[in-house]
Ligand binder design. Structure first.
Ligand code: SF4
Length: 340
């Protein structure tokens, strides 16, 4: 009889876990699930490819938890622009980023009446965001004090409220620590978890080239969130305060750049549409800019050594009004000076 009522109480405990598709968050979700908790896995759709949605879905299905996607938006860009706790190796505001994601997870926790939030963090695993003091700062910044559980290293942390209240059994939580991932791999084998994305490193904000583009965009203004999503494609050139050129490096990038172009942008292409597509970011470019843009697509095409080509151009919001412009060739020195 006592056992039954205990079971009923356990079944009513809900937790929100951050799921990235990586091994740590998958293990954390499995550990919490195995404690008899009803787990809601939250995946943050981050446009610059830090997490792996397919792997996250597979992980959620494999361990039998619910899966919810939350989209990052303009609010996140303001964090990238001016992080309270600074940047990591490039433009990655890891502490602020986590505070933002965990705060949104906290809102979701309240929304569904869950008891706590958990993550796959391991004490000491990452220099910026997984040191004890940063983990504390993150907890304080999210309004989740006492309700943010790190199941993989819980034995090294102060007991959280759900542990104190007996909603989850602390004895079933783990004591991982440090950068080595040996223990995680061992546990994955025991739990038959085989599908997960490679350890972090996929976040474009940690990439210095991407960071330069992001900084340029934040410094010169963006018109919507989609413009920052498109930063991962193409070669980028800053022409002046009001204009930027982006040139696709292959057919896929040409398609993506077109798809994500702002309605006020202009498109410059070869007449037969072979070769690179160039997007002029900025309103109503003059002839000189258009000729320069045509010169750049010629520079990155097979006809770079030939006479200046004639290119076509049109405004994204008026695709049928196609006009033509003669390319103005650009020197390597000029090109290098414009490169972001
Ligand atoms: S690496 Fe990227 S996604 Fe991960 S915490 Fe840092 S900024 Fe956020």
């Amino acid at each position: 009889m006592i056992k039954e009522s205990h079971q009923i109480q356990k079944n009513s405990v809900k937790a929100v876990g951050l799921i990235s598709g990586g091994l740590d968050s998958t293990l954390a979700a499995k550990v919490v699930k195995d404690c008899g908790i009803d787990v809601y896995g939250v995946y943050f759709a981050m446009p610059w490819g830090c997490c792996d949605k397919t792997k996250a879905i597979e992980a959620a299905e494999h361990i039998g938890i619910k899966f919810i996607v939350l989209q990052l938006d303009e609010r996140y860009l303001e964090i990238v622009r001016k992080p309270k706790f600074g940047y990591g190796s490039a433009m990655n505001p890891c502490v602020d980023c986590r505070i933002h994601m965990f705060s949104r997870a906290a809102q979701y926790m309240k929304h569904i009446g869950a008891n706590f939030v958990f993550t796959g963090e391991v004490l000491g695993q990452r220099p910026m965001s997984q040191m004890r003091h940063s983990m504390k700062k993150i907890e304080q910044g999210t309004g989740l004090e006492g309700k943010l559980l790190r199941p993989l290293c819980a034995q090294h942390m102060d007991p959280t409220i759900p542990e104190q209240e007996g909603l989850i059994d602390r004895n079933q939580l783990l004591s991982m620590v440090g950068r080595s991932r040996k223990e995680q791999y061992k546990l994955a084998k025991e739990m038959n978890i085989t599908e997960f994305s490679a350890p972090a490193g996929g976040c474009s904000l940690t990439d210095k080239n991407f960071a330069r583009r992001m900084k340029d965009t934040l410094d010169h203004g963006y018109r919507n969130f989609r413009e920052t999503i498109a930063l991962k494609w193409g070669r980028h050139f800053r022409i002046n305060q009001n204009y930027k050129f982006v040139v696709g490096r292959d057919a896929d990038e040409n398609i993506n750049l077109l798809r994500y172009a702002h309605r006020e942008d202009y498109v410059v292409q070869f007449i037969n549409e072979n070769g690179p597509t160039l997007i002029i970011k900025g309103r109503e470019p003059n002839e000189d800019l258009l000729a320069k843009a045509a010169g750049i697509i010629q520079r990155f095409s097979k006809s770079r050594e030939e006479e200046p080509i004639k290119a076509k151009y049109f405004a994204v919001n008026n695709k049928n009004d196609v006009k033509f412009i003669k390319a103005k060739k650009i020197t390597e020195k000029e090109l290098t000076a414009l490169k972001i």
